[in-house]
Design a protein. Sequence first.
Length: 132
Amino acid sequence: MTPQICWLAATVFMTALFWVPCIIDRVAVRGLWATISDRGPENGPHSQWGERAIKAHRNAVENLVIFAPLVLIAQTHGMTSPLLGTAAMVYFFARLAHFLVYCLGLPVLRTLTFTAGWIVQMVFVAAIFGWI
């Protein structure tokens, strides 16, 4: 397995876990029964950090939809390099940091970590089109 595929798998797994804090907040705010009998993810109250966690999770999924195909396109065309492996690792940590700072309500850091992830996406685009 190439480093970029390994980091993609780790990013997918991490993104799959980002819903857990959202549910923990929901149980803390509403109680267990209200949480499991809820008809929709946005119904009822959330704490402020819980609302941010929902938005951070949504943002992670939206960006995974861009990142994953880029990694897979590069992989299927035999594009492996230390640059792409490192870029995929940076993406993982940028998205982890983005989730954490989003939940904590730190807007400047949120923008910086989002931008770091976007730059990694552009590195993959550049590699796929042969610009680097």
